[in-house]
Ligand binder design. Structure first.
Ligand code: APR
Length: 275
């Protein structure tokens, strides 16, 4: 007997809750899970790529060319980008995933996000496919260093002061992305840009997690960027149930066993409410 004025999602939520209860869940997240933390998504209304052309700002050759032509535009992009990240806090959706991990139901979060919010929410097992904006990586040996928020704030305010001087901007970059102590290589912000290879260990770790998972919970991704978007099919082919939580259909909604349309910060707390 359906409960009085049951919403359409209630049925799916109840089924998904029963699947999650059995554990061995892996979660794949995209920008949508951080939308309600104040970070714009990349695509869709108000997305970052609406304001900044990814053909220019989403890859290294484009960033170098914009630096050469008008360094103040690069500085503008960097300060817009970091200003939202520096204010952002984990939202109830991030916290729900951390709760599922602590309850030993969730094995790991594989994220396309670079905002460090899963870490701040307390999740421990995280695969960051596209890097982390609060970390620098040595281009030569791959050694990484955390970039504390205060250092980022300092870097952004110095960049804004120096914005139209290429020499000054480069000096600031080399101050906050110094030479690697291990191999003297140059550090850079640890973000995977378009056209760059993902770290193979992250991809193989993701596949290992999906080799032995009962369900893949996908939260807030348009699933249009590969190889991250290859993971749902990889999991499905190995028998996992595919569950999608999104405010609108994604490119792979058709292969999902369960699709719950709505905001992650509403749906996830509803699912775990009575877990
Ligand atoms: N709750 C759930 N889903 C949401 C919410 C929300 N509150 N708000 C937006 N979404 C969904 C959108 O419907 C969309 O499907 O989040 C998704 C965001 O899609 P994208 O902006 O394309 O982000 P993502 O899928 O993470 O992009 C993948 O593309 O530009 C590269 O490297 C970048 O990691 C990024 C990759």
């Amino acid at each position: 007997m359906a409960a009085k004025n049951a919403r359409p999602a209630d049925k799916e939520i109840a089924v998904v809750r029963n699947i999650l209860k059995k554990g061995k869940i892996v979660c794949l997240t995209g920008a949508g899970i951080s939308y309600e933390s104040g970070i714009p998504t990349f695509r869709g209304n108000g997305g970052l790529w609406e304001t900044y052309d990814p053909e220019v700002y989403g890859n290294m050759p484009g960033l170098v060319s914009i630096f050469r032509k008008s360094p103040e535009k690069l500085v503008g992009f960097i300060s817009d980008f970091y200003n939202v990240l520096l204010q952002a806090k984990p939202n109830p959706a991030h916290l729900c995933l951390s709760y599922l991990e602590k309850s030993s139901l969730l094995k790991a979060v594989i994220t396309q996000n670079i905002d460090n919010l899963h870490q701040q929410a307390g999740t421990r097992s995280i695969v960051e496919l596209h890097g982390n904006a609060f970390r620098v990586r040595c281009r030569s040996c791959g050694a990484t260093l955390k970039l504390e928020k205060d250092r980022v704030k300092e870097m952004v305010s110095l960049l804004k002061k120096a914005r139209s001087s290429r020499v000054e901007v480069l000096k600031i970059f080399s101050r906050y992305c110094p030479r690697c102590l291990k191999c003297k290589g140059r550090f850079r912000i640890d973000i995977v840009l378009f056209g760059e290879q993902l770290d193979e260990t992250d991809l193989s770790r993701s596949r290992e997690l999906l080799d032995d998972c009962r369900a893949l919970l996908i939260v807030g991704s348009s699933l249009v960027v590969y190889p991250a978007a290859s993971l749902p099919l990889y999991a499905k082919e190995r028998g996992a149930k595919i569950i999608e939580i999104n405010s609108q259909p994604s490119a792979l909604s058709d292969i999902c066993d369960f699709k719950i349309m709505g905001a992650a910060t509403e749906i996830l707390p509803e699912i775990i409410r009575v877990l």
